[in-house]
Design a protein around this ligand. Structure first.
Ligand SMILES: Cc1cc2nc3c(=O)[nH]c(=O)nc-3n(C[C@H](O)[C@H](O)[C@H](O)COP(=O)(O)OP(=O)(O)OC[C@H]3O[C@@H](n4cnc5c(N)ncnc54)[C@H](O)[C@@H]3O)c2cc1C
Length: 476
């Protein structure tokens, strides 16, 4: 065994900047073997017969890994890419290359934890040390002002305590050089989407951004959003938008895979505040990142409860499992344009705005009464920014089974449309068959007379569906 050699197992930390496990490996060991393993279990299907990782998400992941490989090559190293079970293959690599330790980032939810525990067990049985690093959040687990099992249930209390009694650590330096033994190329599978059982997705040119996976694109997005286009200073006013790249940061897909570190974003916000402007908007981006932390710590505290129908509140709600209605929702065929436009955007691009997510989730659980976990599973398959904690946490919130002190999170779709898409441009963008309907009427085609519909080339029940439900409070 080579005491000076360590394996760094990359997971949702696909970057070389501010990477605790990579930094420690380079600092403590002479030689580092960077490894990524596509976990085959993440490419199976779920109970709704959906791919657990759909093509949009897989494409983004695959690009991120290729970019990591390039980055590591630029530092004199490489990335060994495997496909199978990490708890077996990563340890096999450590054995083969006689590494004495495996470093990796710690996760919080059951599936990921099981893999990590199995890997530790296997490694220890072979005399290989393991070390897990916490690095997915803004506030470090050890810097929380309370034990994690006492994380406040209410977001505001969590945020205030963290802001008052915690601190955000500095970023780890990017290694200047990484020494690695040479890998035999045949061991590194050139993975493509076909090997993962997926087709290359068609990406709509109408999306808010051509999201490209990887650290380079992530850092580029921050550079554009903060520094070149100076958009951070108006974030709080624009963040509820629906169309285009500018209304919000769009950092989420890169944050999810760790292509960008939340701490790095934080310190860039502080630099922006010093060099450009400090206002409510600059603070609000940090505020949103604290939401992300909150869901992660809540998941760590509550474990599997976050995936259970009754949620954290143990609510014995009656949900239905009407598959036909569910698929109409999923495919953007409900006859409610604001819901359909958002779902079509999601299906064609893998992304949806926060405003859209709240509305379509509320529609599924409140108007259709469908099991909220079906919605969460659908998002899991399709969202390129799918994050286990943020997704299941937000869905629980909307479904009223999370720890939200507010009883009712019902979104009146028409009222929301009135507030956020008054002229109907968002609908025109995603539902071209309705595009000739003028102004706000596009949000309620079923209220128009047959002659108006005819003049706009709309046939309800023909090229656009009738509403599948009579909306609660279908007025504003
Ligand atoms: C039903 C539902 C499901 C969701 N699923 C996910 C998910 O799987 N992954 C995910 O990253 N976000 C999820 N969100 C949260 C939010 O919608 C996205 O983070 C946001 O739309 C991403 O766009 P952005 O990066 O431009 O966000 P910005 O508005 O620019 O916010 C900056 C960052 O703050 C974080 N953030 C913002 N809002 C939230 C929030 N409500 N919860 C947690 N973090 C937040 C994100 O990391 C985001 O990138 C979900 C929200 C809902 C209502």
């Amino acid at each position: 065994m080579n005491k000076n050699r360590v394996v760094v197992w990359f997971r949702n930390d696909l970057r070389v900047h501010d990477n605790a496990s990579l930094f420690s490996a380079v600092t403590k060991y002479e030689e580092v073997i960077p490894v990524y393993c596509f976990d085959e279990r993440q490419f199976t299907t779920t109970r709704l017969d959906l791919p657990k990782t759909g093509p949009h998400r897989a494409r983004f992941l695959w690009e991120s890994i290729n970019n990591l490989k390039e980055k590591l090559r630029g530092l004199g190293s490489n990335l060994l890419v495997l496909i199978g079970k990490p708890e077996e293959l990563v340890v096999d690599i450590a054995i083969k290359y006689e590494a004495s330790a495996i470093f990796f980032s710690e996760e919080v939810t059951e599936e990921e934890k099981k893999v990590e525990e199995a890997l530790e067990h296997h490694a220890w049985s072979k005399g290989i040390k393991t070390e897990a690093f916490w690095q997915s959040t803004l506030f470090h687990l050890q810097d929380l002002p309370f034990p994690v099992n006492q994380t406040p249930e209410v977001f505001t209390q969590f945020r205030k305590e963290c802001e008052k009694f915690s601190r955000i650590q500095k970023v780890f330096a990017t290694p200047k050089q990484i020494n690695s033994p040479s890998f035999q190329e045949e061991e590194s599978v050139e993975i493509d989407l076909k090997m993962l059982g997926l087709k290359e997705p068609e990406i709509s040119p109408n999306g808010v951004l051509r999201f490209e996976g990887g650290e380079s694109a992530a850092l580029g997005r921050l550079q554009t959003y903060f520094w070149e286009q100076d958009l951070l200073k108006v974030y709080k006013e624009t963040r509820n938008g629906l169309l285009g790249a500018d209304y919000s940061s769009k950092f989420s897909p890169w944050l999810t895979l760790g292509c960008i570190s939340p701490k790095y974003i934080y310190w860039e916000v502080l630099r922006y505040e010093k060099e450009r402007k400090k206002n409510q908007s600059t603070y609000w981006l940090i505020f949103e990142l604290i939401w992300r932390d909150y869901f992660r710590f809540i998941c760590k505290k509550h474990g599997n409860k976050v995936f259970q129908l009754k949620g954290l509140k143990n609510v014995a709600e009656k949900w239905n499992r009407n598959e036909s209605m569910f698929w109409k929702w999923a495919e953007g065929q409900t006859g409610i344009p604001f819901v359909d436009a958002n779902m079509r955007e999601l299906n064609q691009t893998g992304f949806m705005s926060n405003r859209g997510r709240q509305n379509v989730a509320s529609f599924l659980v409140n108007d259709l009464g469908i099991d909220w976990r079906w919605g969460a599973s659908y998002f899991e398959s399709v969202l390129i920014d799918y994050d286990v904690c943020s997704n299941w946490g937000n869905w629980m919130y909307v479904a009223g089974v999370g720890n939200d002190p507010r009883e009712n999170r019902y979104f009146n779709i028409l009222k929301q449309a009135q507030n956020y898409d008054k002229k109907g441009d968002y609908i025109r963008h995603w539902i071209p068959e309705l595009a000739d309907i003028k102004g706000f009427d596009i949000h309620q085609p079923h209220t128009l007379s047959p002659s108006v519909l005819r003049s706009c080339n709309v046939s309800l029940g023909g090229n656009y569906p009738h509403p599948i439900v009579k909306m609660k409070a279908f007025s504003y």
